[in-house]
Design a protein around this ligand. Sequence first.
Ligand SMILES: NC(=O)c1ccc[n+]([C@@H]2O[C@H](COP(=O)([O-])OP(=O)(O)OC[C@H]3O[C@@H](n4cnc5c(N)ncnc54)[C@H](OP(=O)(O)O)[C@@H]3O)[C@@H](O)[C@H]2O)c1
Length: 209
Amino acid sequence: MKPKVLVNVAMSADGKIALSDRTEVKISGEEDFERVHKLRNRVDAILVGIGTVLADDPKLTVKEKYVEEASHPLKVVLDSEGRTPEDAQLFDKGEWLIATTKEVEREGWIRCGERDRVDLDILMEELSERGVEELLVEGGGEVISSFFEEGLVDEFSVFVGSLVIGGKDAPTPVDGEGAEDLEDTVNLKFCSYEEMDDGILLRYEVDSG
Ligand SMILES: NC(=O)c1ccc[n+]([C@@H]2O[C@H](COP(=O)([O-])OP(=O)(O)OC[C@H]3O[C@@H](n4cnc5c(N)ncnc54)[C@H](OP(=O)(O)O)[C@@H]3O)[C@@H](O)[C@H]2O)c1
């Protein structure tokens, strides 16, 4: 069975997740950070794309101050060409897995298909075999778009921060090609909203019916 996929992202009030040059922006605050770290602590794996690794160099760890006991979920990167820098912070602590499309014989690297991008069905199978039941996808827009396109998303949470970033090239929560017609759009079932920090958290389930 494929892992349950939770997508979590923070965007500005005008729907951007970073600056046009892809520099990271602080969109939420302490309350939301605590929520995200608790969420990370609950899941079995956290996934980002190489675009996020190169832009933000995230640690993808659980900060001890936000949880009673930090678990260390597997960190997964979609990186077809093997561009993850050797000194990326995600290598510093805990287990990691780089999913690529190249032939690799390096510990911690796996080949998922031979096409230009990582085959998500193969990756889901691999993660499932490794005992991953819940997978948190944190971005960026290209990766989240692929998960939606492949019909793999179960839950979508978006924190809307009180700022405007602007810029037609600034990344958004779901980039990629986008829907070509109404039938291609993804229907969501609204679940809840919650005020936190100076913004609002919206939670949806993907309407598969
Ligand atoms: N506000 C937030 O919550 C948040 C969270 C995370 C990131 N961000 C922002 O998002 C931006 C990065 O997003 P991004 O869209 O540029 O990059 P991304 O989604 O992190 O990574 C996209 C890259 O992943 C690789 N990839 C491999 N297999 C893939 C597949 N099946 N589907 C999609 N991508 C695949 C591709 O590069 P290769 O072909 O080279 O493998 C692709 O270009 C940064 O500005 C970062 O700050 C914001």
